[in-house]
Design a protein around this ligand. Structure first.
Ligand code: FAD
Length: 405
């Protein structure tokens, strides 16, 4: 008779390795199976190689899910400060970059090493590369057929992540298994992804590639399945369209055919906020050129491009009609533009959609229909904002699952 595992975890990424380490240290016999040649590749490339491993402000408002309440239990039981304590206990140096985002000082590799060390302390077995061919429920056991033989287990944890970056081993395996067991899957879509534009919608702005501007951005609507958003972040103009944190955040709330709204002056830092009329009605500006007035609040290249777009380049402000001033104000404060699409799975950081949370118990991540079958991490219909929230979800969902194995 072959050994029976307490849990076989399929996918040795952030959620899978963390869950394995916690369960192993609780005394469970755990096996991790991964099809990749190298473990933790997404962690390695995350945060520009420094892994934005959590966010000190992470709370349920930072997540998109058809059921916004679903994340509450896991995040409350495993909040960001628990993971920070673990990171600190390994002597990993980190710093806060922006709005609570914590990054390793040195390299994301330290997080991978820490997860593997926790697995080792929990006597977790990790096998890779191995392919999982089938999963079947037989009485109270699960039988997993792999390229290296069959495994028997009391619990199966699906942790194969989302579809972004197929080049490093992303697959739809968890979603396929969900469907095999008649679980509803919310249609997956690329999120935290740059947006593309056609030449006519984008105009001369594509000449400004490389420019980064702090803006206020709005996307989505009450009718959209995940609602609407508003962020103050940096927008990056690129050769292909728009990117940078502002656009990545907005992309998660964007649907095909809908516009996004950019207030180019919305993030200008002024006590009491910035008022466009103050700039336009300032008597001192009457004899200045339009592009120079705009350059007092925008990068020079952008100021020039906007003046050009409204045929106001080289025109003194006193000569600009009321109608043109109004059009310029609209362009500056409510630039409404329809993206042509996203740059897709290759460039997305995360997946929107996944296994419907209605199918899962939020206290344990176990499926309601099939005791012993769990889903954790990105394959679940929970998607974090940019800024360390997606890893926080991987840790929190992995933690509550481990307690239930
Ligand atoms: C470029 C980039 C940068 C990012 N930066 C950040 C960041 O700084 N902060 C943040 O919070 N989030 C970041 N993310 C998102 C974050 O990496 C993911 O949300 C997180 O890794 C999800 O954890 P997971 O365990 O669910 O999936 P993953 O970490 O993707 O792990 C899934 C594992 O399953 C394995 N697998 C897949 N299919 C199979 C299969 N069929 N059989 C066996 N094994 C399989 C994979 O090889 C992989 O090891 C970034 C993502 C990208 C793409």
């Amino acid at each position: 008779m072959s050994k029976i595992w307490d849990a076989v975890i399929i996918g040795g990424g952030a959620a899978g390795l963390f869950c394995a380490g916690v369960a192993g240290r609780l005394g469970k016999k755990v096996l991790v199976l991964d099809h990749a040649e190298v473990l933790g590749e997404k962690i390695r490339i995350s945060g520009g190689g420094r892994c934005n491993f959590t966010n000190i402000h992470s709370n349920p408002t930072h997540f998109l899910s058809l059921n916004p309440h679903f994340v509450k239990s896991a995040l409350a039981r495993y909040p960001a400060n628990e993971f920070i304590k673990l990171v600190s206990s390994y002597g990993i140096q980190y710093h806060e970059k922006h709005q609570g985002q914590l990054f390793c000082d040195d390299s994301a590799k330290h997080i991978i090493e820490m997860l593997l060390a926790e697995c080792s302390k929990g006597k977790v077995q990790i096998r890779y590369p191995v392919s999982v061919q089938s999963i079947a429920q037989k009485g109270s056991e699960w039988h997993i057929q792999t390229s290296q033989g069959e495994e028997r287990t009391i619990a199966v944890v699906m942790a194969t992540g989302g579809l972004p970056v197929p080049a490093i081993g992303a697959s739809a395996f968890s979603l396929d298994i969900a469907k095999q067991f008649n679980l509803n899957v919310i249609e997956p879509r690329p999120a935290l992804v740059p947006l593309s534009f056609t030449a006519d919608t984008f105009g001369n702005l594509s000449d400004l590639a490389g420019l980064s501007v702090p803006v206020r951005i709005a996307s989505g609507s009450k009718g959209f399945r995940y609602g609407a958003c508003r962020f103050n972040e940096d927008l990056l103009l690129t050769h292909k369209g728009l990117s940078g944190p502002a656009v990545l955040q907005a992309s998660s709330y964007w649907t095909e055919g809908e516009p996004i709204h950019v207030d180019w002056l919305g993030a200008v830092e002024r006590p009491g906020g910035f008022n466009c009329d103050e700039l336009f009605n300032n008597e001192d500006n009457r004899l200045k050129l339009t592009e120079l007035i705009l350059a007092s609040v925008l990068p020079q290249r952008l100021a020039k491009a906007f003046a050009e777009q409204k045929n106001l380049l080289g025109r003194k402000w006193a000569e600009v009609s009321k109608k043109d001033r109004q059009a310029l104000k609209e362009l500056l404060t409510n630039w409404s533009v329809k993206p042509a699409g996203t740059l897709g799975w290759k460039k997305a950081e995360v997946m929107l959609g996944g296994v419907d949370t209605k199918e899962l118990d939020g206290q344990t991540m176990m499926t309601r229909k099939h005791p012993g079958l769990f889903f954790i991490g990105e394959c679940v219909d929970v998607t974090g904002h940019l800024g360390g929230h997606n890893f926080q979800w991987a840790w929190a969902s992995g933690f509550v699952c481990a307690q239930a194995l």
